[in-house]
Design a protein around this ligand. Sequence first.
Ligand code: HDD
Length: 704
Amino acid sequence: MAKSSTGPSAKPVTIHDQKLLRGEGGELHQIADGDTPVLTTAQGGPVFDDQNTLKVGARGPALIEDFHFREKIFHFDHERIPERVVHARGYGAHGFFETYDSLAKYTRADLFQRAGERTPAFVRFSTVAGSKGSFDLARDVRGFAVKLYTQEGNWDLVGNNIPVFFIQDAIKFPDVIHAVKEEPDSAFPQAQSAHDNFWDFITLTPESMHMIMWVMSDRALPRSFRFMEGFGVHTFRFVNARNESTFVKFHWKPKLGLQSVLWNEAVKINGADPDFHRRDLWAAIQSGNFPEWELQVQLFNQEFADRFDFDVLDPTKLIPEELLPPIAVGRLVLDRMPDNFFAETEQVAFMTQNVPPGIDFSNDPLLQGRNFSYLDTQLKRLGGPNFTHIPINAPKCPFAHFQQDGHMAMRNPVGRVNYQPNSFGEGPRESPDKGFKTFADIENGAKRRLRPESFSDHYSQARQFFMSQTKGEQRHIAAALTFELSKVKTPVIRERMVSHLLNIDEGLANRVASMLGLKNMPKPADAAQPTRQDLAESAALSIVMNGPERFEGRKLGILVTDGTDAKLLAALQAAIAKAGATFEIIAPKVGGADASDGSLIEADQMIDGGPSVLYDAVALLPGDKGIDDLLAESTARDFVADAFAHCKFIGYVDAAVPLLAKAGVYDSLDEGFIPLGGPKDIDGFIAQLGKLRLWSREPSVKAR
Ligand code: HDD
């Protein structure tokens, strides 16, 4: 017969540093003593034993009267809330927005009235297509949702890292999202647009072509949330105290410049660290390197809008920054991680319709549709109409209304009066002065379901985007299109896409057709409007042309072994810190390595867990003694070969030469390899790192 457990009473034991009690069945109990709080049920009842269910005798059966067990499992069973239909995988942080100067001339919004005013903020970055547990480096649009807790209520600017969208009318949103998500019969692919359904829909939806160019570009593979732009996408309105309206487009510009990774790198990062982006944001904020973006606005009036062939209400179009330079109006700093991911990042409810007085909507049909969807979606996800009672969603300004009751009501009105008008002089009143007053635009026309003709140019800005990229970036777009279409099983869909590319750029179409091995070149797709060839290139659209030219905020991977030169390592670490960057030490063993002077070099990663794709550049500092440990490791060879293939700068000591040879790169040493003979070489190395990548190497490592 098995021994019976008498609960947490019996013999004290110590396991390493933990003092525990061992019950009669051998199970371990942690007992409250001294100041440790007593474990309770959710009802506050103290718990006697949290290791064993209540049973008859030692071996059961279990008893249904075990309210502690039932409450614990019941709660666990309900830990999940529905994940977001889109943007399920996200990561958030707190911070503040600081206004540079008064914008009273354009808007009466309180947060823009006073220079230096700080408004609390919460930001959630996300991918769109993947589920909550998917990997960070999917080729995808990134959500950039900002909640500003202003003195006049919450303002949610629910944007993306791409300034245009796939579709022009919100009625098509379920279709584009169904098409990109996993196919419903097979339930794959996860977090990938590279499949038939997506490209079938896209090729039948020419308005998506501009956005497709962006999504096939490196914009869809950001190196970090910290190095990407954010865009409000739609044309909004500023409205000032005189009720004058100015159109406005919102842009977030990262202080550390733009940077992306290569596709081959992304694929490997997803395996090595599926949490690459969230870990990066976490590490930056926890170490006090607070990410920062500048809010810039493009302001214009109807007369300016009328100069364009396209419609400023069409969310598939942008206004080139060269034609309308953005004005910097404030900065956003993220300086605090949430205390609890679920409570804040998961439960935060963004809603495009959350705008304070002084910011208003335009008639963009996508925005108008969104204004319904976001409120509706919160009801489902958060389970009732009281989601503003959850602290992350509650305004931080005084508020008062007569809404009451419903699921999980946390704030309940006191007193008799819960309506207005009332004659008891109680409760809040409306305010024609302070209240949100919709801009009184004059609208008329027949009720119709119609796409305006002004929305019908689907290719000109797609071409403009492509032409504005560097040659290398153009190659990446061609390679991305080819990769994606190579996963499409239905040949006619591939051809259809090439027929659209012919309307964007013939060279691009030919390149993709050739790489796909397309036997017959299709005719150009029927276009509602011919593609404009005369749109000026816009440098603002390129990532490489908007890089940082410094290594600040980036990360160096330093490979060490036993015998690593201690002085060189110390000098390199100091120089990296001075450059505002970080490093990780990678060693054959996670216990570290013995440096040349006998000191212990603590390792952050074992070589198997720290591939070079996790770093912006690498330094190979093995010692003569330890290099043999690496030569026998395929992971060490991959470390070097990948850094080379991904055009990274590689610092190396003489002892690393056999590893360079083993990785097959010793015959290709180019200016991206920097010998580190001693501390004197470090400044030159750091200066090179500021270029981030040696793009001139790329044609030799990836011919297509
Ligand atoms: Fe959306 C979430 C951005 C079009 C319907 N959207 C969501 C999020 C972002 C965007 C960043 C995640 C917010 C968070 O982190 O919680 N969405 C966009 C942008 C769009 C866009 C920039 C086009 C310019 N969205 C769009 C349309 C619809 C929606 C046209 C529906 C008609 N979006 C939703 C949603 C979500 C959402 C279903 C899912 C979870 C949520 O709202 O809170 O309502």
